[in-house]
Structure formats: structure tokens, C-alpha cells
Ligand binder design. Structure first.
Ligand code: ATP
Length: 373
């Protein structure tokens, strides 16, 4: 569990003194005690001293972490809080409909009960449904009159290769009868763009940046597996409980063998999110999505404003070629704007990696909002 996950997890409760112990992300062989206080979640590094005993800086040492925890139930930590009770373990992410369906992607339609329509996309409708009266799922249906079923199913093929908590999980497909179904995990709050817009600006900067961290984590997984998404935008991020963000819509996703630039696109890209070299020269590389991520960061910080508002698609490309970039939104901290601008570097190779972006965003929160003792 990362610091951000710990914060999200603990701060969804009101119980001051609620705590958890997790492995440190950055310090080898160390743990961190994360505690909910009146104001925030605080993190205390549990390190080992010369005798291999566990201690929090300035406090006594213990042979086991359990003993350390017991001690701080009776003695206040530096922040004045005593530990009360451990938080419940997070529910594991469901990777399959059930143990018996692992690897058996094709399922009979009768196993799914449609509940209600929750969206409409390019290929057809999206429905909330229940599998075998037990697992809630989302079903993407191909329009009955759509002859482009191979592209529709390509998305499912690609999804079979992925396994990451910030990417939408494929559960099954129903391809024996029309309309074709792609069955994926259901995300309670729908897409991020609407979620941001409906929130009336009620998220804190920490919550907003945490969304970006999660997206960077999912993209970093794609990056390390040489996949480019090519349609990264807030509308294609889905949101679940505790603001869990997952990347979806892999209809344009491609595997890039090696990390060099290549011409593989079909020229049909959302201009406001697409790197200029992709939109103009049809040149896709592992850094194409990084440009789009900068735009997603803009969407997040502005609670869902349209990028380049008031400028036509055609003029967006013209202006970008002249070096124009979106201004720093008034609510955006300068370090976050600097990250956006790095993503919008004209030269793809000079844009940061997603793994770096994730660390930079986490550091921004850690250094400004999240004390570590
Ligand atoms: P495209 O048209 O490029 O395929 P889209 O985002 O317009 O993509 P869909 O992915 O088909 O269309 O989704 C349409 C809408 O349905 C989304 O914007 C979202 O609000 C909702 N939706 C899609 N998948 C889910 C899901 N797994 N859980 C909850 N809501 C979903």
C-alpha cells in the first residue's frame, strides 16, 4: 500500500486514532505507521536500530511491531494521538468473476442480468448488470447495426493482457450471439470528467493530485509493457469507491515493440488530448501518452474544464506548432503546472516517463501536505 492509498483508506473514516502499518515505499527494510489525526493522516517511519529492534525516531525499541503498536496504544505519538484500532484490510480487487471462470473469457449471456443503462459510447450502450446473481459488472454492448465488431473485440483482446489496480479489468466476453458483450468491472462513480464536474470543486488538492498519481501508476504499467493508450483523457478514466481511478477505453491502444517512434495510427485522434507529432505527422511513440497526461492533469486541476476552450480543433494544432501552451490555471500550484509543461515538451524524448511523473506528483504532496516523522 502506498502512502496515498493509506491516506485515502484512513481518511474515509472519522475515527481519530485509526491506524495501519505498511511497508515503506522508499526506505528498504522499514515500515510506516499511518495514523488518522483530527486534521490529517500522519506517517511515522518504523526503522530498525542496531539490535534489529523496531522503533519510531525518539521512542523506545521493541522486538516486534505488535509490541510497538501496543506501546503506542497507551502512550501518545509525537502528534499527541494514541493508537486506537487498526483499520480494516482493503477488499482485494476482483480479477475474475469467480475462481471457476479464470481463463474462460467466453460466457453464456444467460449468466448476466441487465439492471440499467449507465452510459453510451461510440460502439453502443453501457449497462450495469449482475453476473449469476452475485457479482455486479458493467457490460459494453456493440450496437446491433454495427459491422465493426473486430475493432470492438480488439479492445477486449488487449485488456486480457493487463493486470493492474489502476486499469479496468476485463471479466468476460459474450460473442456467440448479437449484440456482442464486453464484460468489465463496474465503477460506481462513472467517468472522471463528469465526476469532477459534478463535484462543484469540493475535492482538496491532495485528492486531485492523488487521482493524477493513480493515473500515472496505471500508465506507468502500460509504459513498462510497451503499450501506448492513445486516448488518455478524463472521460476515459473511471472512478470507484474512495476515488479509486482506473484507466479504461483501450480501443486505440497499441503495443509498441521497442520504444522507438513509429507510424501506426489511423489519424483519427482527439486533437485536444493528442501530441502534435501524432496528430500532424502520425508519429506515435511511448511518449505520446505523456502529452495527453499533461492535458488530463489540466482537466483534473480545473475540475473538468475543456482544454483550449474557445479555440477550434484546427487552430489548436496551428497554435501548438507555434509554441503556444495552455496558461497555468489560476487554481493550479506552480510545481504542478511545471509538470504539465514538461509533458507538453515539443520533443517527445524530452518528456518525462510515467514512472517519473508518478514520483514527482507524490513528492509534491509529501513535501507540501503530508508530514513524515
Ligand atoms: P468510446 O466511445 O471511445 O468507446 P466512451 O468513453 O465514449 O468511449 P464507453 O467507454 O462506451 O464510451 O462508456 C460510456 C460511458 O459509460 C462512460 O463515459 C461512463 O460514464 C460509463 N461507463 C463505461 N464503462 C463503465 C464502467 N465499467 N463502470 C461504470 N460506468 C461505465
Amino acid at each position: 500500500m502506498t502512502r496515498f492509498e493509506a491516506e485515502n483508506h484512513l481518511s474515509s473514516s472519522q475515527n481519530v486514532g485509526l491506524f495501519l502499518v505498511r511497508r515503506s515505499e522508499s526506505l528498504l527494510d522499514s515500515y510506516v505507521l499511518s495514523v488518522l489525526t483530527e486534521e490529517s493522516v500522519m506517517h511515522f517511519v518504523i526503522s530498525r536500530n542496531g539490535n534489529s529492534k523496531f522503533c519510531i525516531k525518539g521512542g523506545p525499541s521493541f522486538i516486534t511491531i505488535q509490541e510497538l503498536v501496543e506501546h503506542y496504544k497507551n502512550n501518545a505519538l509525537l502528534c499527541g494521538i494514541k493508537l486506537k484500532r487498526p483499520s480494516e484490510k482493503k477488499k482485494p480487487v476482483l480479477r475474475h468473476l469467480s475462481y471457476n471462470t479464470v481463463g474462460k473469457w467466453e460466457r453464456p449471456k444467460e449468466e448476466f442480468t441487465l439492471v440499467k443503462r449507465i452510459g453510451t459510447g461510440h460502439y453502443g450502450e453501457v449497462w450495469k448488470a449482475i453476473w449469476n446473481n452475485s457479482v455486479p459488472v458493467a457490460i459494453k454492448m456493440l450496437k446491433a447495426d454495427d459491422t465493426d465488431s473486430s475493432n470492438f473485440l480488439k479492445e477486449a483482446q488487449i485488456m486480457k493482457c493487463f493486470q493492474h489496480r489502476n486499469l479496468i479489468t476485463l471479466y468476460a466476453v459474450c460473442t456467440r450471439t448479437q449484440p456482442l458483450f464486453i464484460v468489465i468491472e463496474l465503477m460506481k462513480h462513472g467517468d472522471l470528467l463528469n465526476y469532477l464536474r459534478k463535484s462543484n470543486g469540493s475535492f482538496t488538492i491532495v485528492q486531485l493530485i492523488d487521482m493524477a498519481v493513480q493515473i500515472a501508476a496505471g500508465m506507468s504499467y502500460l509504459e513498462s509493457n510497451c503499450y501506448v493508450h492513445l486516448d488518455l483523457a478524463a472521460r476515459n478514466i473511471l472512478v470507484g469507491d474512495n476515488i479509486l481511478c482506473k484507466i479504461s477505453d483501450f480501443g486505440l491502444t497499441k503495443l509498441l515493440k521497442g520504444a522507438s517512434a513509429t507510424e501506426i495510427s489511423d489519424g483519427n485522434f482527439p486533437v485536444r488530448w493528442t501530441a502534435p507529432e501524432v496528430a500532424i505527422k502520425n508519429q506515435v511513440s511511448m511518449k505520446s501518452d505523456v502529452w495527453s497526461f499533461g492535458v488530463v492533469l489540466y482537466e483534473i486541476i480545473t475540475f473538468g474544464k475543456i482544454p483550449y476552450a474557445g479555440i477550434s480543433n484546427k487552430m489548436v494544432l496551428v497554435e501548438l506548432a507555434k509554441g503556444y501552451r495552455m496558461q497555468c490555471p489560476k487554481e493550479c500550484p506552480q510545481p504542478i503546472y511545471n509538470i504539465m509543461k514538461d509533458c507538453w515538451n515539443e520533443t517527445p524524448s524530452q518528456r518525462p516517463l510515467f514512472s517519473t511523473l508518478k514520483l514527482q506528483l507524490e513528492d509534491f504532496i509529501t513535501n507540501n501536505y503530508s508530514p513524515l516523522y
